[in-house]
Design a protein around this ligand. Structure first.
Ligand SMILES: *Cc1c(COP(=O)(O)O)cnc(C)c1O
Length: 366
């Protein structure tokens, strides 16, 4: 038991899933990205819920994340976005689909398939169209297709994809358009030979801003959890995560008194503070300290004072009528992860995926 509690609201997840589905062409498949513990929530609970709603695919970053889902009984296809060479055998053993992003990985994977005696194994080819992170060079497309042809006994092309660098930023529209054009050139080379390959490139912001490029499938993460990187979309999504805690103790400081490690806050006037059981080991980093971050108590904003400790923060409740034991809202419907993250110069993705495993999770089903 813990007074700091992260609720995972599955009805909100379902709402967000259907909201996204309704924006897509009915035949477009949806891959739910559940990497990083389902963006800090609970990957298994999220995957089970979405599988029941009819989601087509799951995406994870690493092989171990895929194995975790398989062990929990998830049978839908799972794409591993960043498989590592040392885990390919495990990937095959658990029926996970690799993103093949380099020649080196292609060859290593082919060798593993031969070793395992596997036939017709599904793979996705990942092309780099400008993010310059992972991906085959589009100029390599024909040669990799030839290699694939020569290896067709062992593998088949299940998907071809790319990833956008700035789909959330409309000032970068010309760049995104050039990425989409490069990807289309790749697709035009692949499709005649592999008409059934699933073509996919859009993430959440791609779905919002470039729906014409949805092809056969989209890969959405953050929007399923309730954040759309755009105010008008956020207004229609429901946050899946609700993080609350309880005031452990209240202190009265007089002018000149200090608070916390290294005396990070010195009271200029009489100040009332509340100590909360939530710290940087829970994912509220030190950057949220010294007046940047805040929580809500009885609907009022209470800024974090002084340095964030490992297990605690202290907040300013001078103007809030509250007592020890009262509830504190950290993230939730009227306290968005987006706003809290922005207070520390970061983004919702970092805040929610950083909520550590120490925080007790509770699945809310209705
Ligand atoms: C994480 C990730 C996504 C999901 O992006 P969102 O912005 O959360 O929708 C999609 N594709 C790839 C390759 C990713 O790494």
């Amino acid at each position: 038991m813990s007074e700091t509690l992260l609720e995972i609201h599955l009805p909100h997840l379902k709402h967000n899933y259907h909201f996204l589905k309704n924006r897509l062409t009915p035949t477009t498949k949806l891959l739910a990205v559940v990497k990083a513990f389902g963006y800090g929530s609970d990957a298994v609970a999220v995957a089970k819920c979405l599988a029941q709603e009819g989601v087509d695919y799951f995406g994870v970053a690493y092989v171990n994340e895929g194995i975790h889902l398989r062990k929990a009984g998830i049978t839908k296809p799972i794409l591993v976005l960043h498989p590592q060479r040392i885990n390919l055998q495990k990937l095959i053993a658990h029926d996970l689909e690799p993103s093949i992003y380099s020649q080196r990985l292609f060859e290593a994977f082919l060798a593993e398939l031969k070793q395992a005696g596997k036939k017709n194994y599904p793979i996705h080819l990942k092309f780099n169209t400008g993010l310059n992170r992972l991906g085959l060079n589009p100029d390599e497309c024909l040669s990799i297709l030839t290699q694939l042809e020569n290896s067709k006994e062992h593998m088949r092309l299940q998907g071809v994809f790319s990833h956008l660098a700035a789909s959330d930023d409309l000032t970068e529209d010309p760049f995104t358009t050039s990425q989409l054009n490069t990807f289309k050139r790749v697709v035009d080379l692949v499709k005649p030979k592999h008409p059934n390959a699933i073509v996919h490139t859009l993430n959440t912001s791609g779905v919002i801003h470039y729906p014409h490029a949805q092809y056969d499938m989209v890969r959405t993460g953050i929007s399923l959890y309730g954040y759309g990187n755009a105010a008008e979309v956020d207004a229609q999504l429901k946050p899946v995560l609700r993080l609350t805690t309880i005031i452990s103790q209240i202190h009265h400081l007089e002018a000149g008194d200090s608070l916390g490690y290294n005396r990070g806050f010195i009271a200029e006037k009489s100040t009332q503070t509340a100590t909360l059981p939530l710290g940087h080991a829970d994912g509220i980093g030190r950057i949220y300290g010294n007046g940047n971050g805040f929580v809500f108590i009885h609907g009022k904003k209470a800024p974090i004072l002084g340095n964030v400790c490992m297990d605690m923060i202290m907040v300013d409740v001078t103007n809030i009528d509250c007592e020890e034991g009262d509830e504190v809202l950290v993230i939730g419907p009227n306290a968005t992860a987006e706003n809290l993250a922005n207070s520390a110069g970061t983004i919702s993705y970092e805040l929610i995926t950083g909520l550590s495993q120490r925080i007790q999770r509770r699945i809310i089903t209705e």
